[in-house]
Ligand binder design. Structure first.
Ligand code: GLN
Length: 491
């Protein structure tokens, strides 16, 4: 909060466009954060926008960092890119490197090689939007687009040390975003500070726009209801209640992150906020539910990459051969994508669907209910509750399952640890990597807005490897604007 009064986003120093491009190339060869770069320099005054490689753009290919879509030219542009070009004069500087199809937590699963962390090249950048996080951090872009299905904007933001914002599900159009798991996918934004993110989506009014081309983008009618019932301005901190979810205080939490969490809570309380512990009892089940649901949706989405409808066809098979699909997919997909396809195909199979997919859907509803119970604001998506007193559960049940709606926001760490070493990530294997998403997936399952913000001031936790600890703020559905205002105060 003190920092909010003094800190300003670093301005890029004026330099000739030629020179800027040379520097950008040199940085790129060090961190490998772009897959393709725009040869054209931005006009003076334009906002430099880096775009994750799973978001369609004109001119630059959209490969999702996969060999199966190598050099894929998109015939159209994603709505969010078009909106940012039209409303905030954004200029696409390049397509950023990522985990293939958004599957991963370290930006290592890319056909173009790993993204490297500017804080230490042996450290994970987080994923899957690692390239977007690095692009803003090294000042190659003012804002970057990422996608966040289960934390892919927030985790790299935390491990690179920038701000990463996942909007309420359905607020921003997904048209032109290559689907990973449709019911969870959101477009997210990264920047070195919160202000440019708020300015590009809220001051520009992009958040008010619907998109008939994306059926999951909120309709104008629902959007108007959300806008009408959700407060816009953050009240004085003395009128704000922050909840600390107890279930996030897990044994595996790095002590430096735990300390940063307590110190941030203390600082908010010292500035007048009421800070209370809350319980979100289904949290421990959320990660498992996510890793059933996301691969299930992915296995269905990725069926179209078969070398016939989409994708680079394997040159070793002829079009009439039986092995065309398997050879194309065997060569075109990386190991993690294949693992997710197999996992998803299994959990959707008739033998397993009851035990896995349907159970995970139930857990998802419980996670949503946990959140709804603790927020002071009701979700604007829910119809007002009609109480039929003849059908009330008995009171013991009621005490167990409900409680006073009390908090405006939840505060918790974005990730349980500081950025791990890439070597350790490789040794531990992919299932160990899934644990990094433990704090980000609950908000994704519930479709809630969340933002990861580095807590920089010296007394807010120790910075490890020069990367400050990051905290996550989670808000009620559509309460994005006030949540970002709180993040701005915390920078
Ligand atoms: N790490 C998570 C996964 O691999 C989240 C990815 C994402 O949000 N795109 O599924």
């Amino acid at each position: 909060m003190r920092a909010a009064l003094t800190r300003r986003a670093a301005q890029s120093s004026p330099a000739s466009p030629r020179c800027v491009q040379c520097l950008q190339r040199r940085r790129h060869s060090t961190y490998n954060h772009f897959i393709t770069q725009n040869e054209r320099s931005p006009e003076p005054g334009a906002i430099r926008l880096a775009v994750k490689d799973n978001i369609a753009t004109f001119n630059l290919p959209t490969s999702c960092a996969s060999s199966i879509l190598a050099e894929h030219p998109s015939p159209y542009e994603a709505t969010i890119v078009q909106q940012l070009r039209e409303h905030v004069n954004a200029h696409v500087v390049g397509k950023t490197n990522m985990d293939e199809f958004g599957m991963g937590s370290h930006s290592l699963n890319s056909a173009h090689g790993p993204v490297r962390n500017p804080a230490g090249q042996d450290l994970s950048t987080g994923g899957s939007s690692g390239g977007s996080a690095v692009a803003v951090q090294v000042d190659d872009a003012d804002i970057a687009l990422g996608t966040d299905t289960g934390g892919s904007v927030r985790l790299p933001a935390a491990w690179i040390g920038c701000v990463g914002y996942k909007p309420s599900y359905g607020m921003l159009s997904r048209y032109g975003v290559v689907p990973y798991a449709n019911s969870l996918d959101t477009v997210g934004l990264l920047a070195r500070a919160t202000t440019p993110i708020r300015a590009s989506i809220f001051d520009s009014s992009i958040y008010q726009l619907t998109d008939p081309k994306d059926p999951t983008c909120l309709s104008l009618k629902t959007r108007q209801r959300c806008i009408k019932v959700t407060p816009v301005t953050l009240p004085d901190l003395s009128d704000v209640t922050i909840g600390l979810p107890l279930e996030y205080n897990i044994a595996e939490l790095d002590p430096s992150i735990r300390s940063a969490w307590s110190q941030t809570a203390e600082l908010l309380a010292a500035n007048g906020a009421t800070v209370v512990p809350v319980s979100l009892p289904t949290t421990p089940e959320a990660l498992c539910a996510y890793y059933v649901l996301a691969p299930a949706e992915a296995s269905s989405n990725l069926a179209k990459y078969d070398g016939v409808r989409y994708g680079v066809r394997s040159t070793t098979s002829d079009a009439a051969g039986d092995t065309l699909y398997s050879e194309t997919r065997g060569v075109g997909f990386g190991d993690e994508v294949k693992r997710r396809i197999l996992l998803g195909t299994y959990t959707l199979s008739s033998d397993a669907i009851d035990n896995y997919f349907l159970q995970a859907q139930r857990v998802r509803r419980l996670v949503q209910r946990d959140f709804d119970r603790v927020f002071r604001l009701a979700s604007p998506l829910h119809e007002p509750v009609q109480f039929d007193l003849s059908d009330m559960p008995d009171t013991t049940d009621l005490q167990d399952k409900t409680g006073p709606a009390q908090v405006d926001f939840l505060l918790c760490p974005t990730a349980p640890t500081c950025p791990p070493r890439v070597e350790d990530v490789k040794t531990r294997g992919s299932v160990a990597s899934y644990v990094n998403d433990v704090f980000t997936v609950p908000a994704s399952l519930a479709g809630l807005p969340a933002v990861s913000v580095p807590v920089r001031s010296q007394d807010q936790g120790t910075a490890k490897h020069g990367v400050p600890a990051s905290m996550q703020i989670i808000g009620q559905y559509w309460d994005d604007r006030r949540m970002l205002a709180l993040a701005e105060l915390m920078e």
